[in-house]
Design a protein around this ligand. Structure first.
Ligand code: SF4
Length: 316
């Protein structure tokens, strides 16, 4: 995960809930991708160090357990860069140019101005991130499939060129991308200013939910509504008890609940999810997080250094 800012409910639902499930079944490696942050944000003033600590605090507050999972910072393990360099040597540019994310970016004015090599080659860095640790599986959403396929292709190419099978071809662990809309109905995102953050106060949660987009056709409480086009109902489905969701759906359709009451109940249920995260995060000391990071870095470094030694032996 890139340390580009505060986490919101979309991250909780779309990523962290999945990470929590995975750590029960697998030995997981979760890292702060600070070098990846530079692929698009190299010209912005972001405090990557501070953000990285905050990010790991958020993970732990959400239930990622450093005793079960390896948590570390990408740029602290220089072997990521070393392997990235070597893989860049063997990867044809045409493979990178067909990456759909790259092709989409080329259509955007903001990216066209930057057009940096790091953005073109970030899937190679991702490949290094994965294969350095002999990862068998990578949890991905549908949109990341081309990246993983490219990683598999690079691994096969390396094996073909150097006549040795040193890496594991990573497989996908396809996860349903639970997409949560932002308050205005677009994707929840910091840049759209439509997010509810994981450290939001109870008051802020209500103030934000108050402004959320609902069925515009509903003017009076007695107007029958359509919850399927209402952002608040999406939040109810994600965070309210099942019985309450059914009750609200019926009441909205029958025009027996007002949007203000519905939003109040939604804010209360979201607060029940956020307040333990907020409290846990507030209780975490920076010094303890730094200890966790140092320990995670050390473990990761050992594995990565061992792998790079083997890679270098093959090449040189
Ligand atoms: Fe949305 Fe609730 Fe209003 Fe229905 S009653 S439109 S679900 S806010």
């Amino acid at each position: 995960m890139r340390p580009t800012g505060k986490l919101h409910l979309g991250h909780l639902l779309g990523v962290l809930e999945n990470w929590k499930r995975l750590q029960k079944e697998y030995e997981c490696f979760y890292f702060v991708a600070d070098w990846h942050a530079l692929t698009t944000k190299f010209d912005e003033k972001i405090d990557l160090k501070k953000n990285s600590v905050e990010l790991i605090k958020d993970w732990i507050a959400c239930g990622i357990d450093p005793q079960k999972s390896n948590l570390y910072i990408q740029s602290e393990i220089k072997e990521h860069a070393e392997l990235y360099l070597i893989l860049n040597m063997i990867t044809p540019v045409s493979w990178l140019e067909r990456n759909p994310t790259y092709k989409d970016a080329l259509l955007q004015e903001e990216y066209k101005k930057k057009n940096n090599a790091g953005f073109l080659t970030y899937p190679v860095l991702q490949t290094a991130d994965i294969i350095l640790y002999d990862a068998s599986f990578v949890p991905i959403g549908e949109d990341q499939r081309p990246h993983l396929e490219l990683a598999r292709e690079i691994v096969r190419h390396f094996h073909y060129l150097y006549k040795t099978e040193i890496f594991i071809e990573p497989k996908e662990l396809l996860t349903q991308n639970a997409r949560l809309p932002g308050l205005d109905g677009r994707k929840m995102s910091k840049s759209y200013r439509n997010a509810i953050y994981l450290d939001e106060s109870s008051e802020n949660i209500w103030n934000k939910i108050r402004m959320a987009k609902t069925d515009p056709a509903r003017i009076k409480k007695t107007d029958p509504g359509n919850p399927d086009i209402c952002v608040v109902f999406e939040y109810h489905k994600a965070f309210s008890p099942e019985e309450e969701v059914k009750e609200i759906e019926k009441a909205c359709k029958n025009g027996t609940i007002g949007c203000v009451e519905c939003k109040k109940r939604c804010a209360v249920n979201i607060d029940k999810i956020i307040s333990p995260i907020r409290e846990k995060k507030a209780s975490l000391k920076d010094s303890d997080i730094l200890d966790i990071i140092n320990e995670g870095n050390e473990k990761a470094k050992k594995i990565a250094a061992d792998k790079m030694q083997k890679v270098n032996k093959i090449i040189f």
